[in-house]
Design a protein. Sequence first.
Length: 318
Amino acid sequence: MEDVGTMRAKLRNPSLFVMLLATSILVAPCGAATSPEAPRAKTAPTAAPTQVLVAPTELASPTKAASLTEPVAAPEPGTATESLAELDAKELDDRLIDAIRAEDTAAALRLLEAGANPSIEMSSGQIINVAAAKGSADMVALLIEHGADPNAVSKSGSTPLTIAALQGHASVVQALLDAGEELDTPDETVADTTALIYAALKGHLQAAELLLSEGADPNMADNQGATALHRSAQEGHTEIVELLLASGADVDQLDVQGTTALHWALSTKDIDPEMVLLMLEAGAALDIEDKAGISPLEMAEIRGHEEIVKLLRESGNP
């Protein structure tokens, strides 16, 4: 039995005090009589933080002690710590859809390797269409690698390539071209539009360059007879017009109304003179009349483009 002085000396030492405290908690007093407790009813186990045994000196740190009481987060769906083998087909597919929406390629890979369907049909189409719309090139490539159809048609009639081109996702366009998606196949929308026409319509230069570099036909037309040149000219995308002309676009190709790309450009309120010059240099004719009997020069006069009218007359083009 230690005397009072020895006990006081130990209590003044923090490290010894902690050790004594820990010993008093873990070890029952010798010789103490204990009465038996009544049996406790069994209860269902509840989720609790993992208990960690630490040295008594670690308990002296408030920060470390507090961390031991924090709840342990459950593993995210599809993570390596979760057993995917326990999930049925529907659960795997549902989690793959979530991974695609979250653009979590790592989780998608684990789910696909566990047996998730790479061609899940959703309300808007297959999941590859969703991935293309989100601009996730890695996800699109991953789905194709696991068997998804790169030419899958959505419920609206669009393909992954036309979706990516419309939204200007050049990296997705590249991934689909690498997978061999058909370049000039029109989608099945009401306009029967190609990927190049969509890119030109929206002014997505990089996507248009990729498509043309892979051999897209600049003179393919939609069901209104409009080509990529018609659409880009109407929208005032001068850089796209220049690219298309340099790639062999027919400057005088007619749509179903007998109008040329120059007609389309001149029908707008605001027009870039540089774009008109590009078409004139490419040999755009000024005397082609549409089905209403209007030529590009007359169109410019009707729209009040005085400077453009002067430019057209000075061009010397027929």
